[in-house]
Design a protein around this ligand. Structure first.
Ligand code: DI6
Ligand code: FE
Length: 414
């Protein structure tokens, strides 16, 4: 007997290449031991529902999709940057605010004094907001400590959050984000500290390493040093690439076999070709594009034509993307970057899972995958990435456990 059988659902498998995100009308989904054990048309079920599973749940003709994967967040931080945003609305640029000691360094100043428990408590409502809208796997980056102890506390906070919310958190050491003030005359010294102290200390707490390759952050050569050291330790790598200018960030990501290259607004044709050759996922971050008033779009048509897989994430962070909803980020990506409906659903499920190296175990509704899925108050996959606000998520199931029903947590209290 299976643990659960869902019937009366319109199910989007999100397998590659299928029309309408692999939609199966009047579908059924069987779950046992936290895994998907059966997917298909209800009419093809091998027996009557109550003979197959202990618990039969009806979806009321709602849309069932894989659980969403938010593959790029900076969820853990102190304070906020509402003042920066107000300055930007008066015409001060992101780069000018950063140069004046605000920006990322402003958040660093408000993060360093906090314990891991305090950081987790501040991040908790933001994480809950993401989960309430369908996220079942979540990436969290460090990068607002810029010293060994605080970076480790940020990673510890991410671990605490995962435990408290009973959700899988993939932790990323954002090893190069900004030059800390105490190293303002000693870039090489900071890199030495990152490579010789931070990376060894964070291995085990983080499974991935990220770098911000940008004119206001770190050069391609500096990033290459850190990515090389990360790779030597067996850590997966990713790159904040070409967000504000073309730094060859996409080429750098490809050179190191990165799981993903993120942002990509200024990526060149060569950068696109490099990503295609390396199989690196392009992660689009439409919240940052919107909030920075950016007008240069990532080369989505060229990426698509080259066969680069496209993911979408919130980039949830205080400076450039205070976005706590992955469905909203998807709608922004569709509106601003021209993603199609099926492409969009895949971008927050299957491809986002691949951007975290988790494509084998989640991101589609196929037998053998983790039973992570969402039931939406929607009727067709094209409606995910259409509404520009909350309210569509009806039930979230993580590893076969019903975790959330219309905003109310079911199961283990958190
Ligand atoms: N790019 C971003 O959009 C975030 N980090 C990065 O490298 C912004 C981080 C911030 O402004 O606090
Ligand atoms: Fe980011």
């Amino acid at each position: 007997m299976w643990d659960q059988l869902w019937v009366d659902v319109r199910l989007a498998t999100v397998v590659p290449g299928a029309a309408d995100a692999g939609l199966i009308e009047d579908a059924a989904l069987g779950v046992a031991g936290g895994r998907i054990v059966w997917v298909g048309a209800r009419s093809a079920l091998p027996a009557a529902p109550h003979q197959l599973a202990h618990e039969v749940r009806t979806g009321g003709q709602r849309l069932l999709t894989p659980g969403l994967v938010d593959c790029h967040t900076h969820l853990v931080f102190g304070g906020d940057r509402a003042l920066d945003f107000d300055l930007r609305s008066q015409g001060v640029s992101y780069a000018a605010i950063a140069a004046a000691g605000g920006g990322i360094r402003g958040t660093v100043a408000r993060t360093r004094g906090l314990s891991a428990e305090e950081l987790a408590a501040l991040a908790l409502p933001r994480a809950r907001a993401l989960l309430a809208e369908g996220v079942t796997t979540l990436e969290v980056k460090s990068g607002y400590g810029l010293d060994v102890a605080t970076e480790l506390r940020m990673l510890e906070a991410a671990r605490l959050l995962g435990r408290q919310l009973d959700v899988e958190v993939v932790s990323t050491l954002l090893a190069l984000h900004a030059l800390p003030p105490e190293f303002s005359d000693d870039r090489a010294g900071y890199l030495d500290q990152v490579i010789n102290e931070l990376l060894p200390a964070a291995t085990g707490l983080a499974s991935q390493v990220d770098v911000f390759c940008e004119s206001i952050a770190f050069t391609r050569a500096e990033c290459a040093r850190v990515l090389g050291a990360a790779r030597d330790r067996g850590l997966a790598v990713k790159v904040h690439a070409d967000q504000l200018s073309d730094q060859g960030g996409a080429e750098l990501a490809a050179e190191f076999g990165a799981l993903s290259a993120d942002h990509l607004e200024y990526t060149s044709a060569q950068g696109v070709a490099a990503l295609a050759a390396s199989g690196t996922v392009a992660v689009l971050l439409p919240g940052a594009y919107l909030m920075l008033g950016e007008t240069r779009r990532p080369p989505v048509a060229a990426l698509r034509a080259a066969g680069v897989p496209l993911a979408v994430a919130t980039d949830l962070n205080p400076g450039t993307s205070p976005c706590t909803s992955l469905p909203v980020a998807l709608t922004l990506a569709r509106a601003q970057f021209g993603l199609g409906a099926s492409e969009g659903v895949a971008a927050v499920t299957r491809v986002a899972a691949a951007a975290l190296g988790l494509g084998a175990s989640r991101g589609t509704l196929e037998t053998g995958k983790r039973a992570d899925f969402c039931l939406w108050n929607l009727g067709h996959p094209r409606e995910l990435g259409y509404w520009l606000g909350p309210g569509a998520c009806h039930v979230v199931v993580r590893e076969g456990r019903v975790r959330l029903v219309e905003g109310a947590v079911e199961g283990r209290p958190s």
